[in-house]
Design a protein around this ligand. Structure first.
Ligand SMILES: Nc1ncnc2c1ncn2[C@@H]1O[C@H](COP(=O)(O)OP(=O)(O)OP(=O)(O)O)[C@@H](O)[C@H]1O
Length: 267
């Protein structure tokens, strides 16, 4: 099977300082990869390099592209595995609106706070060529329901929403176009514990129902335990251990992973 995403030798330095070094892995369709490590271990640097937000110094991020489903989507004729780092900026941007999604830790980074909830979701549909107002509004309302936001709030701005609702709205905005790969940066970070649990449950259901592939960066091992099939443990920019989530968490081999797991157990 062709990997959906094949990451090869991604390296990013900040001056003499290493952000992440020589990271490689394959992600297959429907698979969820968790990336864990303490603060400063390079998780966000790696995620941002993979998602095209940051230019790596070396490496490839090869995505198995498919023909556009909307006639409004124009551009590349070469489908199949493509290095997204060397593809043109318009192509990468289109990927970011269609097959890729990015869920930020802070919902306000992924939402337009001055636009209604329905508008936030509908905007992404318009970006891929949908023009029929009634259809867009219906789909937006349907997605609000799928993320457990009352349809009566469709015209309200996200500024009037709680943190958990804002995060669920950001997820709806991201998933409405049916992406195949979702990058998530600490998706439950900064939320109350009970809100986190509900969001995790929702995410798990959506990932399963939509057959999504995802890469989730977190320092919370409970998040990867619930969502990730596989796990990479990072330390000082390097991957020190990788494997099936349960295997790594229940029987960590590297001393740093052991420390990471045990310090969580002590909490
Ligand atoms: N813009 C930058 N300029 C210089 N150094 C940076 C920059 N961004 C990150 N770094 C450094 O790169 C290393 C990796 O940082 P990164 O933010 O990727 O780690 P992280 O694991 O995501 O941490 P956190 O969980 O705190 O976000 C750290 O040593 C950090 O200080």
């Amino acid at each position: 099977m062709t990997p959906l995403l094949s990451v090869q030798g991604i390296t990013k330095r900040y001056g003499a300082h290493i952000g992440c070094a020589d990271v490689s892995f394959d992600l297959y369709p429907g698979e969820v990869m968790g990336i864990v490590g303490e603060s400063g271990s390079g998780k966000s640097t790696l995620l941002n390099c993979m998602a095209g937000h940051l230019a790596p110094d070396a490496g490839q991020v090869v995505f198995d592209t498919r023909p556009p489903s909307s006639s409004a989507v124009v551009g590349h004729e070469n489908y199949g595995p493509r290095d997204t780092i060397t593809m043109s900026e318009p192509e990468r941007r289109m990927l970011g609106r269609t097959d890729w999604a990015f869920v930020h830790q802070h919902a306000r980074d992924g939402l337009r706070m001055g636009v209604s909830a329905g508008g936030n979701v509908g905007e992404r549909l318009m970006a891929v060529g949908e023009r029929h107002y009634g259809d867009i509004r219906d789909k937006a309302t349907d997605w609000l329901g799928r993320v457990e936001i009352d349809a009566a709030r469709v015209d309200d701005r996200p500024t009037t929403f709680s943190g958990g609702m804002q995060q669920r709205l950001q997820i709806a905005r991201n998933l409405v176009t049916g992406p195949r790969l979702v990058f998530m940066d600490e998706p439950t970070g900064g939320l109350d514990v009970s809100v986190q649990a509900r969001l995790l449950d929702l995410l798990r259901g959506l990932v399963r129902d939509m057959g999504l592939s995802a890469i989730i960066v977190t320092h919370d091992l409970a998040v990867v335990r619930l969502l990730a099939d596989r796990l990479m443990v990072m330390k000082s920019g390097h991957v020190v251990e990788a494997g099936l989530t349960d295997q790594v968490l229940d029987d960590p081999q590297h001393a740093y992973s052991q420390l990471l797991v045990s310090s969580v157990l002590q909490v």
